[in-house]
Design a binder for this molecule. Structure first.
Ligand SMILES: [Zn+2]
Length: 476
């Protein structure tokens, strides 16, 4: 290796206040790399991983400087207009420094501040141009990493993983704060997107693209989450005879086009595109968010819609309210469980008898008329003497009567539609894995913002929060 390396005089030039051209810094970084290569070759105990770390470190200051200079030049070139209303700012003053944690270290930018008479607010247009305005001092890449990691794992772990993978140090409390700030921003973006979806409403976006009529499948479910909103008040509440409530419902929904459902090469069911909603804002929150999501996914252009869910009353009420033209279907598995309850009332613990009775009935429910199944249950009820068993069967007969218009499994199967709500149940299981880890507690305000981040990620809309993530530098 024949190289003439520059002397490491970085410190001197920096303390003198003069900044070196990037080309000189790059040459210096290249020399550091050359040296690292030589050391690496000689170090018997080091593998390529050691060099990967060392090389990143050798160029880090170059990258940090490049970032800082780029940020400063962009700030200097930003016109003094209000980023909200585009009004010209007055009472301008330049040189306001602010430091940000970036992917490659701390950078400081001097910005111009001005007053917007229309908004009656002080504005720093450069912060908006750089994507720094809605952060406590983190660059967009760091905001993105904090938000993503905190929505995927507990913050203590997220902080350690972040530092391990990128070298960026964010203590758990700081990471938590930044993630929640980004989550709050996500909620605002979601609110606007939902408004837009409802305004466009039933009007087809690109009607010519709908070649074949399709059905929209909608599924809903709820699970509970543990929160610490009343922590520290337990004793006081108990004195008043109240039990502190720590479990709260998370309402979840999913929607997809039937023609987007297929199978993997291995034969496993797969839905190529589907919308996902999870909220702590009650049934009303789910109703509005799921409706907007379904519209975005093509509800307006669908030939029809189908709601599939378990027997919970709130779901059918919500469906009648917001998806009133949709057909309704009771989850097949839940229906079978209610048939089994009739069997248990008749045969008690005799499992063989129960199975022998249940099997043909399940087959009938699935492939033939559900009305015939209900008829058989009624006949059983008539033959039973008054008592506990008759009461139990009566309850189930009532259940099937209540859902009689939701039991058309035969036609559903013939049309290739799902008869179970498996899609939403697996979704809930996954979400619970994240939000119900042992020892994890959430606050009421915080978990909605984290759930919101999670839905942006799952719905493939992360780039609407962090536009740089859809940018491909190779094609720039
Ligand atoms: Zn303004």
């Amino acid at each position: 290796m024949e190289t003439t390396c520059l002397e490491p005089v970085v410190a001197k030039s920096l303390t003198s206040g003069l900044s070196e051209p990037l080309a000189v810094m790059a040459a210096r970084a290249a020399c550091a790399l050359e040296l690292s290569l030589k050391r690496f070759v000689l170090a018997g105990e080091q593998n390529l991983g050691h060099l990967e770390l060392q090389a990143a470190r050798d160029v880090q200051e170059l990258l940090r400087q490049a970032l800082e200079r780029g940020a400063q030049a962009k700030a200097d070139g930003t016109p003094p207009l209000c980023p909200v209303c585009q009004q010209k700012l007055t009472r301008l003053s330049a040189g306001h420094p602010r430091s940000f944690e970036s992917r490659y270290g701390t950078i400081t930018v001097k910005r111009t501040r001005g007053y917007c008479k229309r908004c009656r607010k002080w504005r720093v247009p450069a912060d908006t141009a750089l994507g720094l305005e809605e952060s406590a001092g983190y660059s967009p890449a760091v905001q993105d990493m904090a938000a993503l990691l905190a929505s995927k794992m507990p913050v203590g772990e997220a902080s350690a993983v972040l530092e391990h993978l990128t070298g960026v140090k964010l203590p758990p409390a700081t990471l938590d704060r930044e993630a929640r700030r980004q989550g709050e921003r996500a909620r605002e973006v979601r609110r606007k997107l939902d408004e837009q979806a409802c305004e466009q409403g039933q009007a087809p976006d690109q009607p010519e693209l709908v070649l074949e009529p399709y059905q929209m499948i909608i599924q809903m479910d709820a699970w509970n989450i543990r929160e610490r909103d009343q922590w520290g008040k337990t004793k006081a509440l108990r004195r008043e005879g109240k039990e502190p409530e720590r479990w709260h419902w998370v309402y979840t929904g999913t929607c997809f086009r039937l023609d987007h459902r297929g199978k993997t090469a291995g034969g496993r069911p797969l839905i190529s595109e589907r919308g996902f909603v999870a909220t702590r804002e009650g049934m009303e929150g789910l109703r509005e968010q799921l409706h907007a999501e379904a519209l975005r996914r093509g509800l307006g252009q669908a030939a029809g819609a189908l709601v599939i869910a378990d027997g919970a009353v709130w779901i059918w009420r919500l469906a009648d309210d917001r998806f009133k033209d949709a057909r309704q279907r009771l989850d097949f598995y839940h229906a079978v469980q209610h048939l089994a309850a009739v069997g248990r009332a008749m045969f008690g613990e005799d499992k063989d008898k129960l199975k022998g009775w249940l099997r043909p009935l399940v087959r009938q429910l699935k492939n033939q008329s559900s009305l015939k199944v209900i008829q058989q249950l009624e006949e059983i009820l008539e033959g039973l003497p008054a008592g506990v068993a008759a009461q139990a069967v009566q309850k189930e007969v009532n259940y099937f009567h209540e859902h009689r218009d939701r039991l058309d499994y035969r036609n559903g199967r013939q049309r290739g539609e799902p008869i179970g709500s498996g899609a939403i149940e697996s979704t809930c299981r996954q979400a619970q894995c994240r939000f119900k880890r042992p020892g994890q507690f959430w606050s009421q305000a915080g978990d909605e913002s984290l759930l919101c981040l999670e839905t942006f990620w799952r719905n493939d809309r992360w780039h609407l929060l962090f536009p740089h993530t859809s940018f491909n530098p190779a094609r720039n």
